[in-house]
Design a protein around this ligand. Structure first.
Ligand SMILES: O=C(O)c1cc(C(=O)O)oc(=O)c1
Length: 328
C-alpha cells in the first residue's frame, strides 16, 4: 500500500459548510472553473507537482454544485495532477452530461487518446505559465498541442501572470484556437482599472478570439474584505476589474468558483458568499444571463445552446476596440 503525502504546510482546506447564497443563480448556470483533487488514495498526485492539496473529490464537488444552485461544471485539470487526467475525466464522466473537462496533455499524446478525452467530455487544454505551478512551458510543445487539438473544435485555456502578457501576447495571438483566460489575467488590483496594464489586457482581449473568466476575486484581492462571516460585499477592490470586463465583453465572459481553491493561504472563502459576489460585477439580469448561462453553453455545450448568436468577429472587434479606446 502506498503512503499518502501530507498536505503542503499552510494549505487551507475548502470551506466545509458554505452558506446558502442570497442571490439565486439563474437556471442553467455553469461553473466554468473548478477542479478535483484526488482523492489521493484513488488518484495519486503527480510526482512533478508543486503542492500537495487536501482531497477534493467529485462527490464533494457535486454536493457544492447542488447546494449553490449550479447546473453544470467545467472541470479544469489542476497542476497537482500533472498530465494525468484520470481524476478529472472520472468526475466528468460521473456527472452524466452535466460536466465538461479541460485537460493537460503532452505533445506526444496519441490521436486515440485525444478522441477518448473528447468522448469523455473534454473540450479544451490548459497551458500554465505560472512559475510557482509548473517548471517549464516550452512554446514549441504548446504550439504542437494547439495544432493537434484545433481540429477537434477545442480551445486553449491560459493561466498567466499579468506582468507576463506583453511577452506572451504574440504567441497567444498566433494559436489556432479560441483562447480562454483564467482569472481575468491576474490583474494587480492595487493599480488603476484604467491604467496601462489592465487597458493592455483589455486590448488583447478585444483584438483576439478570447474569452475571459471573471473568477478568483479571493485570489486577486489585496484589501478585501473576504467572503467570510456573512460578508455580502466582499472583495470590493476586485469588483471594478470584473465589472469592466463584463461591460466590455458581455458575450465573452465566464464565471466559476475555483473550488477547491488551490494554494490559498490567507483565507478560504465561503463559496455561498462567492455567489453573492456575482451581482456586484454583473449588475443587470441580462449581463448575468450571458455570464452564467448563455456564454458557457455556447463554448462548452454548443449543440444545446439557445442564447443569441455571437456577433461576427470583425463586428465585435470594432465595437470592443471602440470601447477600449474611448476609456478614460
Ligand atoms: O493560483 C493558483 O494557485 C491556481 C492553481 C491551479 C492549479 O494548480 O491548477 O489552478 C488555478 O486555477 C489556480
Amino acid at each position: 500500500m502506498s503512503t499518502l503525502s501530507p498536505k503542503t504546510p499552510g494549505w487551507l482546506d475548502w470551506y466545509r459548510a458554505p452558506s446558502r447564497p442570497r442571490f439565486t443563480l439563474p437556471p442553467g448556470t455553469v461553473d466554468t472553473h473548478c477542479h478535483v483533487f484526488g482523492p489521493q488514495a484513488e488518484f495519486p498526485f503527480a510526482p512533478e507537482r508543486k503542492y500537495t492539496p487536501c482531497d477534493g473529490g467529485k462527490e464533494d464537488l457535486f454536493a457544492l454544485r447542488d447546494h449553490l444552485g449550479v447546473s453544470r461544471n467545467v472541470l479544469v485539470q489542476a497542476t497537482c495532477h500533472g498530465a494525468d487526467n484520470s481524476a478529472m475525466v472520472d468526475a466528468v464522466r460521473a456527472a452524466g452530461g452535466r460536466a465538461r473537462g479541460v485537460a493537460t496533455v503532452r505533445p506526444d499524446i496519441t490521436d486515440r487518446e485525444l478522441r477518448e478525452l473528447h468522448e469523455a467530455g473534454v473540450r479544451g487544454v490548459r497551458f500554465n505559465f505560472l512559475r510557482r505551478l509548473v517548471d517549464t512551458s516550452p512554446k514549441e510543445d504548446l504550439a504542437t498541442i494547439a495544432a493537434r487539438i484545433a481540429p477537434l473544435g477545442w480551445h486553449v485555456v491560459l493561466y498567466f501572470e499579468s506582468a507576463d502578457l506583453p511577452e506572451l501576447a504574440d504567441f497567444f495571438g498566433a494559436l489556432p484556437t479560441p483562447l480562454v483566460i483564467d482569472h481575468m489575467g491576474r490583474p494587480d488590483v492595487t493599480r488603476p482599472v484604467d491604467g496601462p496594464e489592465f487597458t493592455g489586457f483589455l486590448r488583447f482581449v478585444a483584438g483576439n478570439d478570447v474569452w475571459v473568466k471573471v473568477t478568483c476575486p479571493e485570489r486577486l484581492t489585496v484589501t478585501g474584505p473576504a467572503a467570510l462571516d456573512g460578508e455580502r460585499h466582499a472583495y470590493t477592490d476586485v469588483v471594478p476589474f470584473g465589472r469592466r470586463v463584463v461591460e466590455e465583453f458581455p458575450d465573452r465572459v465566464l464565471w466559476g468558483t475555483d473550488w477547491p481553491h488551490p494554494n490559498l493561504k490567507s483565507h478560504m472563502p465561503d463559496d455561498g458568499l462567492l455567489v453573492d459576489h456575482i451581482p456586484h460585477v454583473a449588475p443587470t439580469a441580462e449581463q448575468r444571463r450571458r455570464l452564467l448561462v448563455d456564454n458557457p453553453m455556447r463554448l462548452y455545450w454548443p449543440e444545446e445552446a439557445t442564447g443569441p448568436a455571437r456577433p461576427a468577429r470583425s463586428e465585435e472587434r470594432e465595437e470592443a476596440d471602440e470601447a477600449v479606446s474611448s476609456a478614460p
